[in-house]
Every structure is written in C-alpha cells, then in structure tokens.
Design a protein around this ligand. Sequence first.
Ligand code: GTP
Ligand code: MG
Ligand code: ZN
Length: 309
Amino acid sequence: MARKRSPRTKEIPTDARTGRVVETVGRRVRVRDDEGERVCFLSGHRAVIGDRVRWVPAQGEGGKIVAVEPRERALVRMDHRGREQVLASNLGGLLIAVSAREPGFRAALLDRYMVAADVFGLDAALVVTKTDLGVDDETELQIARRTEHADLPVFRTSIDPKAGIEELEAFLAEHATGRPWALVGSSGVGKTSLVQVLLPDLDVGPVAEISEFWGTGKHTTTHSRLFALPGGGEIADSPGIRNFTPAGLTAQDIGRHFPRVRDLVCKYRDCLHRPGEEGCVAEEELSEPLMDSYRTLLGQVTEVQDRRY
Ligand SMILES: Nc1nc2c(ncn2[C@@H]2O[C@H](COP(=O)(O)OP(=O)(O)OP(=O)(O)O)[C@@H](O)[C@H]2O)c(=O)[nH]1
Ligand SMILES: [Mg+2]
Ligand SMILES: [Zn+2]
C-alpha cells in the first residue's frame, strides 16, 4: 500500500522561513520576520493579518507562501450568505470604535463586537471617538448600559484637539504587546485617523475627507494592516464593515455572550427571550434598544441555522 504523505511534509520545503502577516493587499501579503519585510504571493493559500506563515523566496525581492500555521484567537465573521470569513488572527483583543456623531452611534454593532470578543476569547475595550463633536445623553446612556456590568475599559478620544490619546497609548503598551489588538467599527468612525495620531511619523493610509465621506458610506481603508506602536504594543487597522455578525454562533450561544442578556434569570434556563415567551423577564429588565439588538442577531442566526437543516 502506498504510504500516505501528509500535505504538510509534501508541501513545506525544509528551507521555508517563518514570518507573520502584517498587511493584506489583494492576492498578496506583507510578511514580517526578524530580517525585515517581504511581499509574498498567496499561491492558493488564505492568509489574514496576524497569521503565522511559512514562506520561501521567490523571484526578485518577493516571496511565496507555502503554509499558514493553525490560528488561535481569530476574529471570524459570518457573511450574508452564512459563510465564515476570518478577518485577523492571533489577536490580543478588540478595540471597538464608536462615535456619537458623523456617523451616529450604532448600538447593535457595538453589541456584536462585544459578543465576538466573548466568543473568540478576546479582551475588549471601547473607544468613543470624535468627542470634540459632543456625545449626546442618549448615546452615553446606551454605552453605560452595555459597559456597567462588563469588564470593558472605555476611552474617549478626539484627534483635534487631541484628547484621550495618552491613556490609549498606555493601555495598548500594557495590553497589546505580543498580541495585537484589532481596531474595529463602522466606516468613518475615525479608526485610521486614530492610528495616524498614534504613529505621527508614518503614513498609515488614507483618511476620509468629510465632504466625500458623507452619505455615501464610503469605505476609505481598503485592506488590513498591523502597526507596531512607538510606545509598545501593536494595533491592526482594517476597513469598517457595515454589518458584522460573529461566525459560529448558535441561537443558544447568543444569550450566553450578549451584554446584559447573559445576566438575566428567566423562568426557563434556556429561554431565548423571544417575544411572547412565557415567564420571560427580558422585556422588563432590558432597555428597548438592547432587546432589539439582541433579537435582530437572534433572528439572523436562526435564519442561517434553519437554512442549514
Ligand atoms: N471631528 C472629528 N473628526 C474626526 C476625528 N477622527 C476622525 N475624524 C474624521 O472622520 C472621518 C473618517 O475618518 P477615518 O479615519 O477615515 O475613518 P475610518 O474609521 O478609518 O473609516 P474606514 O477606513 O472607512 O473604515 C475623517 O474625515 C476624519 O478627519 C475626531 O476625533 N474628531
Ligand atoms: Mg480607515
Ligand atoms: Zn427569557
């Protein structure tokens, strides 16, 4: 009988080097190792920022990916067709960016990122950007409702005048060393602007012009990139996504990971807190926006589940 060779031994040349993906650009990735950086072709592999990869030199200055190491602590989304899409791997945490204005606060998106952090075993922190534009009471209330019972540090920043930047730098130096934190949130909340303030000497990528940004929901950042901060720690910038749904959730999982919902004590332990559920305390205990945001995610996940079976 022919001896089975595992794909690993077949595909990985013994002289393959090890590196980490720090930028994705179309079908290529930028890989960093002790000796520097190199642009590598994916040659059929899928790699995301944070991935540990094996590569071999290719023509000129380039390289070729020959293997992607198993991922840990990855951020994975479910796309609108129910397929999984890995966004980044080997992360320390999620830095969830929200703004009160331009664009307006999106409670549901914050909830989904909080669920994702919990599900994927990532730490999380919130950054309220554009505080120079003011933060209305309703937004403050919605933020407080989500953070008061969660272990979620909150930073409040503005890039001009600069506010809250040193606190964020200190936090990342302490928590994002060795494991990068991914900066996530709606398009236009100011993620790239924030990274630019943290790295004043580097061109970190395009930032939206307010005039061209408005109304169109334009996505200014088009690919993901990992940055080492001067004061320590690493941060990943990526394009804002309109709808984020964590991958791999069952209907039952959602309540276990959802802010506030996970603390509810209902008549039945496995209550899904759907409308009209007997003995359900959810509607009394939770604010309407939280209830809506939970039920919308539940509905979406249930629909995908139903399509599968
Ligand atoms: N007033 C104010 N505007 C800001 C602040 N930070 C960023 N902006 C503006 O917000 C707009 C969007 O900023 P970006 O940094 O491009 O936003 P982004 O989150 O990276 O957007 P995507 O790359 O599309 O996901 C730009 O016009 C920035 O100048 C801030 O602290 N205050
Ligand atoms: Mg950006
Ligand atoms: Zn219930």
